[in-house]
Unconditional design. Structure first.
Length: 269
C-alpha cells in the first residue's frame, strides 16, 4: 500500500469501510487516480490544494474547520456544512495529520513509512528530519566577486522531500507561479546513499504534458554540520546540480552539462 492508497483507506474507514455508501456527495474519493482526486471538487469546493494540507478543504472538513463545523459547539458564523463525515464519528487526529502531511508533501504515491523495514533507528530519525519542505536556491559558480548577489541567482524553487528510512527519496521541485496559475513542477526521485551526515542523490524531471516536460536535472547534496551551540540553525542541504539533458530549442535552448551549486534550507512546515 502506498500513501495515496492509505488516504483512500482512511476516508473509506470513516464511513464504515470500502463497501459503505453514503448520500450527499457519495464516496467521491473512490476509483480515482491521484491526479483525478487532486482535481476533484465537491459542492464547488476544491477538495485538495497540493502542498497546503492545513488549508485544504479535505482536512478542514475532517477537523470541522470553517466552512465546516455547523454541528460543533460555538460554530463560526461562516460555517456552512457540518464536520465530515456528517452524522458519523470524527476521524482520529492522527489519521487527519497523516492526510495533512501527505498533502503538504505533494500528494505522492510513495511507500508508506514502515518501521519494520528500518535499517536502524538512526536512519529512521534522520529520514524524518530530512522529510519536509525546503526553499531551494541555486547559484551560478562565478569565480569573480560580484557587486550584487542577484547576479549569482540561477533558480529559487520550493523543494518537497519525503525520505523513507530505507533511503528512498521522493518529492517535487515547484517553480514560482503567479497567483491563480498552476506552478510548473519537476517530480523528484532518488536515494540517500549515506546517513549521518546524510548524502542524497536525486533526479528531477518536468511533469509530462507540462511546459517543462523536457527538464531533466540531477542533484547531489549533503546535510551540513549541525552546531550544538548554534541558535535556530536550519537543516540545510548543500550540493551541486547538473543539467542532464538539453531542454528548449532555438533561442531558449539550454544545453546539457551546465552545473550550479545549491542550498536547500528547511522550512518550519
Ligand atoms: C470538500 C469536502 C466536502 C464537502 C464540501 C462536503 C459536503 C457535504 C454536505 C454539504 C453534506 C450534506 C450535509 C447535510 O446533510 O447536513 C455532506 C454529507 C456527508 N458527508 Fe461530506 N463533504 C466533504 C467531505 C467529506 C468527507 C471527506 C467525508 C468522509 C470521510 C464526508 C462524509 C459525509 C457523510 C457521511 C455525509 C452524510 C451523507 C448522508 O446523507 O448519508 N464528506 N457532505
Amino acid at each position: 500500500m502506498n500513501r495515496f492508497e492509505r488516504v483512500i483507506q482512511i476516508l473509506d474507514n470513516a464511513i464504515g469501510g470500502p463497501d459503505a455508501s453514503i448520500g450527499a456527495h457519495g464516496a467521491f474519493w473512490r476509483g480515482l487516480t491521484r491526479d483525478q482526486l487532486v482535481a476533484r471538487n465537491v459542492f464547488a469546493l476544491q477538495v485538495i490544494t497540493v502542498g497546503q494540507g492545513a488549508s485544504s478543504n479535505l482536512v478542514k472538513a475532517l477537523r470541522g474547520e470553517t466552512p465546516f463545523g455547523t454541528d460543533l459547539p460555538n460554530p463560526s458564523p461562516d460555517a456552512r456544512f457540518p464536520r465530515m463525515p456528517a452524522g458519523l464519528d470524527p476521524v482520529v487526529a492522527q489519521d487527519i495529520a497523516f492526510i495533512e502531511q501527505w498533502i503538504d508533501e505533494g500528494c505522492l504515491e510513495d511507500p508508506l513509512p514502515s518501521p519494520g523495514r528500518d535499517p536502524g533507528e538512526q536512519a529512521g530519525a534522520e529520514a524524518g528530519k530530512l522529510t519536509g519542505t525546503y526553499t531551494y536556491r541555486s547559484f551560478l559558480d562565478l569565480p569573480d566577486p560580484v557587486d550584487n548577489f542577484g547576479k549569482l541567482k540561477f533558480a529559487q524553487l520550493e523543494l518537497r522531500l519525503a525520505v523513507q528510512p530505507d533511503g528512498i527519496v521522493a518529492g517535487t521541485l515547484v517553480f514560482p507561479a503567479a497567483p491563480g496559475t498552476d506552478p510548473a513542477v519537476m517530480d523528484v526521485s532518488g536515494q540517500v546513499s549515506a546517513w549521518s551526515p546524510a548524502h542524497l542523490n536525486f533526479t528531477g524531471r518536468g511533469r509530462a504534458g507540462s511546459a517543462i516536460a523536457d527538464f531533466h536535472y540531477d542533484y547531489d547534496g549533503v546535510v551540513l554540520r549541525h552546531w550544538e551551540t548554534g541558535i535556530s540553525q536550519r537543516l540545510t542541504i548543500a550540493g551541486t546540480v547538473l543539467r542532464a539533458e538539453d531542454h528548449g530549442s532555438g533561442a531558449t535552448l539550454a544545453k546539457a552539462g551546465f552545473t550550479a551549486s545549491f542550498l536547500a534550507v528547511k522550512r518550519d512546515a
